[in-house]
Design a protein around this ligand. Structure first.
Ligand code: UD1
Length: 311
């Protein structure tokens, strides 16, 4: 991990007890005043660094935001309902957290003139017109989740244009790494690694030829730190690696690094699933100085050595 370029700042991390937010909190806490707002629907208190101030509250609740944003120089907005499948099951709930929650936060940031770095998503592109996809390519989300993130991403730009608020949207591709939950709504890497560690079968939805750009959480943290101090505002950046693998290849690699006896089982394709995804990271490289440092092979090996994402 590089030294955080942000120091002596007052920072709010929404979703700071979650997978990405808590890693960000650890990277920032020694040099900054860190407050975390999390409703613990998915977050875990054990992941939060002891030095951070933790407030339990909902991202849609204006009072909780007002209480935690006071004095903040930078807000890292990570709170979200992250599952595409869950957004299809309950779009109203998902919209509330991902779209209305972001708008509520942007309003508070406007009152307090805090810079906002927000977690957007590759899901906003839907079926990309070309691969690798770059920031100005058409957006055609295939799930409520993708549409909500597109709304949040667009609001961030609009708040910059209308109110001069400093916002940066980071469009995460498929983030993985230790600390990611491994349940029905989690990312495929954590599900596969945990199952492989127990020699259980890995279920592939569809033909397994769909592709994803898997980016390690440490690289995502680095991108956030860069965005916090970048001399840019109202911009959006892809945060991936610029490479992609099929889900079947991913499963094979995970079986390989964990030395598992797991079988591959094929099931129906998942509704709303994007077929191919790969980031063009030229803009983040050029404007943020972002450079992914963890290869998928190295990242999977780290997970396997730790015995899965839970441990
Ligand atoms: C993920 C993120 C989403 C992010 C997006 C950006 C999670 C839970 N979701 O969505 O927040 O914005 O990337 O690209 O991290 N699969 C299987 N078997 C399984 C689980 C999944 O075959 O047991 C397949 C899925 O059908 C899909 C692929 O693996 O094709 C990736 O699925 P998943 O990890 O859930 O992520 P995305 O839907 O890409």
């Amino acid at each position: 991990m590089v030294d955080p370029p942000l120091s002596d700042a007052t920072v709010l991390i929404t979703g700071g007890a979650g997978f990405i937010g808590s890693r960000l909190a650890h990277a920032l806490v020694s040099d900054n005043e860190v407050t975390i707002l999390d409703d613990f629907s998915n977050g875990e208190a054990g992941r939060v660094p002891g030095e951070a101030t933790v407030v339990e509250g909902d991202i849609r609740d204006r009072e909780s935001i007002a209480e935690t944003i006071r004095g903040a120089d930078v807000v890292f907005h990570q709170a979200a309902l992250v599952s595409v499948a869950e957004s299809i099951e309950d779009p109203l709930e998902s919209h509330g957290r991902n779209a209305t929650g972001t708008l509520t936060l942007l309003e508070a940031a406007r009152d307090h003139d805090a810079r906002v770095v927000l977690a957007s998503s590759a899901a906003i592109y839907g079926r990309p017109a070309r691969i690798p996809v770059s920031e100005d390519d058409p957006k055609a989300p295939t799930s409520p989740y993708g549409l909500e993130k597109l709304t949040a991403d667009h609001y961030a730009r609009l708040y910059n244009e209308l109110y001069g608020l400093e916002t940066i949207a980071l469009r995460y591709f498929n983030v993985y790494g230790s600390g990611q939950p491994a349940n029905d709504y989690s990312g495929v890497v954590s599900v596969f690694v945990d199952r492989a560690c127990d020699d259980d079968p890995l279920t592939i939805f569809g033909d397994g030829k769909q592709t994803r750009d898997f980016v390690h959480v440490d690289d995502v943290v680095r991108a956030n730190l860069r965005a916090a101090t970048a001399d840019r505002a109202g911009e959006a950046y892809n945060v991936g690696t610029g490479t992609r693998v099929t889900i079947a290849e991913l499963a094979e690699s995970i079986i390989d690094v964990t030395d598992a006896d797991s079988e591959l089982v094929y099931d129906d394709p998942r509704e709303g699933d994007v077929r191919h995804s790969e980031a063009d990271i030229t803009k983040a490289r050029t404007e943020l100085g972002y450079e992914p440092a963890v290869s998928l092979e190295a990242g999977l090996r780290m997970l396997a050595e730790n015995g899965g994402t839970r441990r």
